[in-house]
Write a protein that binds this ligand. Structure first.
Ligand SMILES: [Fe+2]
Length: 204
């Protein structure tokens, strides 16, 4: 099974003015596509893994054959992370509600406090990487950040939301102003996606 780049759930210009169409198109058709090509190249050497999902591979990287371990973590992680990133954004406003709203209030204070902490994590990620809202194995909500294409599923967590803070995610529009990109991203966040994943954790 070869991985293929899937269409985005919205058009490239659907997230304007917060993220411009050119950034979205380059990010999807060049960066994400390249992770997929390199992942497929790595897996070519191990046809026995052709039916294993990328999520399963990333959940226990110690089981990935040594000769492709780094490639799967970097390129497979890149593919997996970007799928989550596209779904973490919505072209129409969504609302934090229900049991996820309650859980966020219990973990971080109110929604405003959550955004302060999430933004601080995204801002303080040094160099390329990600900030995440996750559910830990003991079912606590936490904000985490990872370097490069490392991701929380490799550490036992379930991802509800992820923001890409590699410069390629924002540089064309925001240049070095990562704080403005993070602030704009708040208008795009897809709480419906986070809620759907949270339901699978709450009611396994
Ligand atoms: Fe990216």
């Amino acid at each position: 099974m070869k991985y293929e780049l899937q269409p985005l759930p919205y058009s490239y210009d659907a997230l304007e003015p917060y993220i411009d169409a050119q950034t979205m198109e380059v990010h999807h058709t060049k960066h994400h596509q390249n992770y997929i090509l390199k992942l497929n190249e790595a897996l070519d050497a191990h046809p026995e893994l052709s039916e294993v999902s990328i999520e399963t591979l990333l959940k226990d990287v110690s089981k990935i054959p040594q000769d492709i371990q780094t490639a799967v973590i970097n390129s497979g992680g890149g593919h997996y992370n970007h799928e989550i990133f596209w779904n973490s954004m919505s072209s129409h406003p969504t609302v934090l509600q229900g049991n996820l709203k309650d859980a966020i209030a219990a973990s971080f204070g109110d929604e405003e406090s959550f955004w302060k902490q999430f933004s601080a994590a995204a801002m303080s990620q040094f160099g390329s990487g990600w900030a995440w809202l996750v559910v830990t194995p003991d079912r606590r909500l936490e904000i985490k950040k990872t370097n490069n294409q490392d991701n929380p599923v490799s550490h036992g967590d379930t991802i509800l939301l992820g923001i890409d803070v590699w410069e390629h995610a924002y540089y064309l529009k925001y240049q070095n102003r990562r704080a403005e990109y993070i602030s704009a991203w708040r208008s795009l966040v897809n709480w419906d996606f986070a809620q759907r994943v949270y339901e699978t954790i709450s009611h396994p």
